[in-house]
Ligand binder design. Structure first.
Ligand code: C2E
Ligand code: MG
Ligand code: MG
Ligand code: MG
Length: 281
């Protein structure tokens, strides 16, 4: 089969590639069982407002604890979940789990702010997305204003009208939407203006050198200005240093997320943070 596909494909018979392909098949097989075996969990990375450091919410991030391999990086297993279609049931689980958790925090008298859940392209393309989200909200009793859905810019730029209509329906439910990894795709400005989103998350690759490289700082300043011009809230992700924070404060960035403030936290640790008046520093 590989032979028929053309001469270049003989590289598939290299032993190294073969091992990688086997590893991937094994991970896919095991990921299929990870849900029912309770190996998946969520961590919550806090998001803070600038300049005062008020807690604004958190991003739910999926974790897979493999019995033999330990913690497997999302960079490894999310692409496998996407290619195999497993992201659909797994993504539904993430949504339900995050909403149920947020509802529990509210019931405990805490204010977790807005909880963001990442959506994959395959979830957005499905006709049942709006039903899935509205029934999760109904089932968990989470007010829609506490849920945000993050969609990677790389996905937005590849797809058009029908998916955007679905995003509009989500917004009509009262759920907010954010463009994730902004700056890495190629959203046209005209298109951006018509997206039913309320937030831009600047990709963390742009944080490198903003404190001492004028060109790098010009890029984040331009993204923040664009976002504000469109009436959007702008989040910087991957903030690691005080110098980066100062640059972002000077540029009037609205929200920050990054290791400088907190790593992704287990749910009880995030709950403890919600109960405190001041951010982690
Ligand atoms: P993302 O949505 O852009 O999430 C932010 C990633 O940046 C997280 O990696 C987070 O741990 C990391 N990060 C946060 N602050 C810093 C920092 O200061 N420095 C550095 N170096 N990294 C920082 P994580 O958890 O490994 O997730 C990677 C990607 O996997 C996510 O990128 C997202 O695209 C995807 N992902 C994670 N959970 C889910 C999920 O439930 N569903 C879907 N579809 N994708 C998910
Ligand atoms: Mg995200
Ligand atoms: Mg991101
Ligand atoms: Mg990112």
């Amino acid at each position: 089969q590989a032979k028929a596909a053309g001469r270049g494909d003989f590289r598939f018979f290299e032993p190294r590639f073969n091992d990688a392909a086997k590893d991937r098949m094994r991970l896919e097989r095991e990921l299929r069982q990870a849900l029912e075996r309770n190996q998946l969990s969520l961590q919550y990375q806090p998001v803070f407002a600038l300049p005062d450091g008020r807690l604004a919410g958190a991003e739910a991030l999926l974790r897979w604890t493999h019995p033999a391999l330990g913690s497997v990086s999302p960079a490894t297993f999310i692409p496998i979940a996407e290619d195999s279609g497993l992201i659909v049931p797994i993504g539904a689980w993430v949504l339900e789990q995050a909403c149920r958790q947020a509802r529990q925090w509210l019931d405990a008298g805490l204010d977790p702010g807005v909880i963001a859940v990442n959506l994959s392209g395959m979830q957005i393309q499905r006709n049942d997305l709006v039903d899935t989200v509205s029934s999760v909200l109904a089932r968990t009793g989470l007010p829609a204003c506490h849920l945000e859905l993050e969609i990677s810019e790389s996905y937005i730029t590849r797809h058009a009208e029908s998916d955007l209509q679905r995003l509009g329906q989500l917004r009509a439910l009262g759920v907010s939407m954010a463009i994730d990894d902004f700056g890495t795709g190629q959203t046209s400005l005209g298109h951006l203006r018509r997206l039913p989103v309320s937030k831009l998350k600047i990709d963390r690759s742009f944080m490198a050198d903003i404190e001492h490289d004028a060109a790098a700082a010009a890029v984040t300043r331009a993204i923040i200005g664009l976002g504000h011009g469109l009436g959007l809230t702008v989040v910087a992700e991957g903030v690691e240093s005080a110098a980066q924070e100062s640059a972002l404060v000077a540029q009037h960035c609205d929200l920050v997320q990054g290791f400088r403030y907190a790593r992704p936290l287990d749910a009880p640790v995030f709950a403890a943070l919600c109960a405190r008046p001041q951010p982690l520093r």
